[in-house]
Design a protein around this ligand. Structure first.
Ligand code: HDD
Length: 735
């Protein structure tokens, strides 16, 4: 039974029916099938075009071959236009559960009925690159959620960054043109590191807050499963008394927020461009279902103007000190797609898709978006895009919209208009659940302008930067230095270096020096020094440290210590981590003392050349004198350790392998164990003499753990050892 079938079997009753409905036209390929044409006739051949031929001569092909022609025609039209932004993505199915009703602010059953499970489809994406670009580039990540509610589809089309580059939808084509490859040579692909982007955002000051986020670690997430999702725009909620609240939507990952370091992300873009796609797929197949807490920040309509920023401005976030997040639900992804094209590629989101109880606000970015999404689906999918199985609501769709290219629904009856003499399909009343636009007064002068608060662009850019930890701040400086180094027009890097003095003088000076700009001598705007909680991603961590779903490379060679290898592998699996055995070759590797008869050894998952340390979260090397001797002589093995060290990953070694670490990371600051006491030093955990018993049993992951496993697991859970970076240790090791 496939994993998908298992999950389908797990879902029961109503929920199962809904999942089945989403799959309405799915087909399974079986060996009993026979190839047919699209019009259903069994094909005469899959291999040869009809031609004129004789025994010694292959003659011309005949255009009369309908079967061959149909294949080529179908193939020629396989591609649809890729999304103009967010072209590269990965999606999965799941459920949304509510654990607390928000009935005080909304009457939408999806946010009030705690007995419901709402099926969802989520698509994650990068923004800048084409469909075939790499996953790990520096970019915003899309986080689009389609809730198939019983009242119709509700889409939250969000990002992993809570603010946006522009305040008004009219600027969207400019920001996208500026960040996409330059028009003359279509370079660079999927990166903002070029003249046009930095030229635009310098001149377009409202982008300031957002590019501080994109230069931070948020833009290089370790996994789609380890990033936050934000609805970004301000929406409204309406309760049954007709009262309106402004609302921002939040998804906070159970696994915490984690990122790559830049060198790792850069290398992975070439070494494994599908890293994020595979990571999501693998986690779901392994039953490590990603989960996010769902939260709302709400502001009553009467308090709209009580803030020093405009709450309808998408370049501003609502600091949690001022508007706490109320967590009321949970999103879980638990089923991979069956087919990428019909599901992940054809899914189409739209910010105008809202259910009764949830509404728009006058956020000037949101209103323009709601036009744009429907519009873009017309060129991507055609007017009947909402009939495609992945986009179809699970509740009935009954209206008099008709025809158009690719129409599937066959509607019986003689009328296609309202009102009609049969009184068929009248609009619902509010009691019957009709969408409600609550009446509220609108006053003003018709003009192309926004409220005065929209003109302030630096307070929150400073707030974000001030809230980062020292390593995070140094990553921001390094990111600017990288990006502006790729700008060869002095106007661009010079001006941007000066602009950073509007945010933080030290940052501006560091970057100017690195990129060859003039070092500013004084801040062009005083830094207010304020901070806010949960802007540093280091604050968004799991309640209990976990290593679940982390990929751990265990490096072995002939003569390795099998007892330790077995114990560590088993204990990692018991902690829901994913151990991978890596060795100089993929054919069997024999442990110390074993005779080299096939079956006596271990079959590695990969060899050292086939994978790179970048693809794993931590590395462990068990002892074994002969194995360690072999690894010591392997430049690739040494590089694995050095690279993992440079990328701030947890590294563990036991027995003779401690010597390998000494050789690879020859730094006096790193303390290594030579006896049976486990030592942790800058995220490197070693034990000289190991008793296999000390490796067994359930592991509680806590900072104060004393045994080897406890210490190593805690370091893996931390994801990165930033002390290495603070002390400059990683830069002393070539990686
Ligand atoms: Fe957008 C796609 C998120 C502003 C126009 N956007 C798209 C996707 C995400 C976002 C996640 C991918 C959806 C998918 O997976 O299919 N967009 C945002 C956020 C924004 C934002 C969080 C700011 C708050 N977008 C925005 C504006 C416009 C658009 C201002 C136009 C005026 N976005 C589009 C689009 C796309 C899109 C061109 C491309 C493909 C699609 O819609 O379906 O219409």
């Amino acid at each position: 039974m496939s994993a998908v079938d298992k999950i389908k079997n797990m879902v029961s009753g109503e929920k199962g029916a809904k999942v089945a409905q989403l799959d309405a036209v799915s087909q399974t390929v079986s060996k009993n099938d026979r190839l047919t044409t699209d019009f259903g006739v069994k094909e005469p051949t899959a291999d040869e075009w009809l031609r004129v031929t004789s025994e010694d001569k292959t003659g011309p092909m005949l255009l009369e071959d309908n079967y061959a022609r149909e294949r080529i025609h179908r193939f020629d039209h396989e591609r649809i236009p890729e999304r103009v932004v967010h072209a590269r993505g990965a999606g999965a199915f799941g459920n949304f559960r509510l654990f607390e009703s928000a009935e005080d602010v909304t009457f939408a059953p999806v946010l009030t009925d705690t007995s419901r499970e709402t099926p969802v489809f989520v698509r994650f994406s990068t923004v800048q690159g084409s469909r075939g670009s790499a996953d790990t580039v520096r970019d915003v990540r899309g986080f689009a959620v389609k809730f198939y509610t019983q009242e119709g589809n509700w889409d939250i089309v969000g990002n992993n960054i809570p603010v946006f580059f522009i305040q008004d939808a009219i600027k969207f084509p400019d920001v996208v043109h500026a960040v996409k490859p330059e028009p003359h040579n279509e370079v660079p692909q999927a990166q903002s590191a070029h003249n046009n982007f930095w030229d635009f955002v310098y001149l377009h000051e409202e982008a300031t807050h957002m590019y501080m986020w994109t230069m931070s670690d948020r833009a290089i997430p370790r996994s789609y499963r380890m990033m936050q999702g934000f609805g970004v725009n301000t929406f409204t909620l309406i309760n049954k008394n007709g009262e309106r609240h402004f609302v921002k939507f939040h998804f906070t990952p159970e696994l915490g927020v984690h990122s790559f370091v830049w060198d790792e992300a850069l290398k992975l873009a070439g070494q494994d461009p599908d890293f994020h796609r595979k990571d999501l797929w693998e986690a779901i197949e392994n039953g490590a279902y990603p989960k996010w807490k769902f939260g709302i920040q709400t502001i009553p309509e009467s308090k709209e103007h009580e803030f020093d920023f405009d709450i309808l401005d998408a370049t501003k976030l609502w600091p949690e000190e001022l508007v706490p997040i109320r967590y009321i639900g949970e999103l879980e992804l638990n089923r991979n797609v069956d087919e990428y094209f019909t599901q992940t590629e054809q899914v189409a989101f739209c910010t105008a898709h809202m259910v009764p109880g949830i509404g728009q606000s006058d956020d000037p970015l949101l209103q323009g978006r709601s036009f744009s999404y429907f519009d873009t689906q017309l060129s991507r999918l055609g007017i009947n895009w909402q009939e495609l199985p992945i986009n179809k609501p699970v509740c009935p769709v009954m209206n008099f919209n008709r025809d158009g290219q690719g129409r599937h629904t066959i509607t019986k009856g003689t009328v296609n208009y309202w009102p009609n003499r049969f009184e068929a399909r009248p609009p619902a009343t509010q009691q019957e659940g009709a969408y409600r636009d609550p009446p509220f007064s609108v006053q003003g002068i018709k003009a192309r302008t926004k409220s005065a608060k929209f003109r302030e662009h630096y307070n929150q850019a400073q707030l974000f930067y001030n809230s980062l930890t020292p390593p995070e701040k140094s990553h921001v400086a390094a990111a600017f230095a990288f990006e502006l180094d790729h700008c060869d027009d002095p106007v661009v890097y010079e001006r941007m270096s000066q602009r950073l003095a509007d945010i933080d003088l030290e940052l501006a000076q560091t970057v100017a020096e690195m990129v060859g700009g003039t070092k500013p001598t004084k801040a062009s705007r005083a830094n207010h020094g304020k901070t806010a909680k949960n802007l540093s991603q280091t604050a968004i961590q799991p309640e209990k440290p976990t290593i679940a779903s982390r990929r751990i490379a265990i490096i072995i060679a002939d003569g390795f210590d099998k007892v330790t290898y077995d114990a560590i592998t088993t204990t990692l699996k018991a902690s829901s981590a994913l151990p991978f055995t890596i060795a100089p070759r993929r054919s069997e590797i024999y442990p110390a003392g074993a005779d080299k008869t096939p079956g006596n050894g271990v079959q590695p998952d990969h060899h050292l050349e086939g994978m790179r340390s970048t693809m794993f979260d931590a590395v462990f090397v068990p002892g074994g004198a002969q194995a360690v001797q072999t690894l010591m002589k392997s430049g690739r093995a040494i590089h694995w350790i050095r690279e993992a060290f440079g990328h701030l990953k947890a590294i563990g070694a036991s027995g003779e392998a401690v010597q390998l670490l000494k050789h690879a990371i020859a730094l006096p600051e790193i303390q290594l164990s030579s006896d049976d006491k486990a030592i942790e030093s800058y995220g490197v955990v070693t034990i000289g003499k190991i008793s296999p018993d000390s490796l067994k049993g359930a592991v509680t992951i806590a900072k104060e753990g004393t045994g080897f496993v406890q210490k190593f697991w805690y370091q893996i859970a931390q994801h990165k050892n930033f002390d290495r970076e603070l002390e400059g240790l990683n830069s002393q090791v070539a990686y």
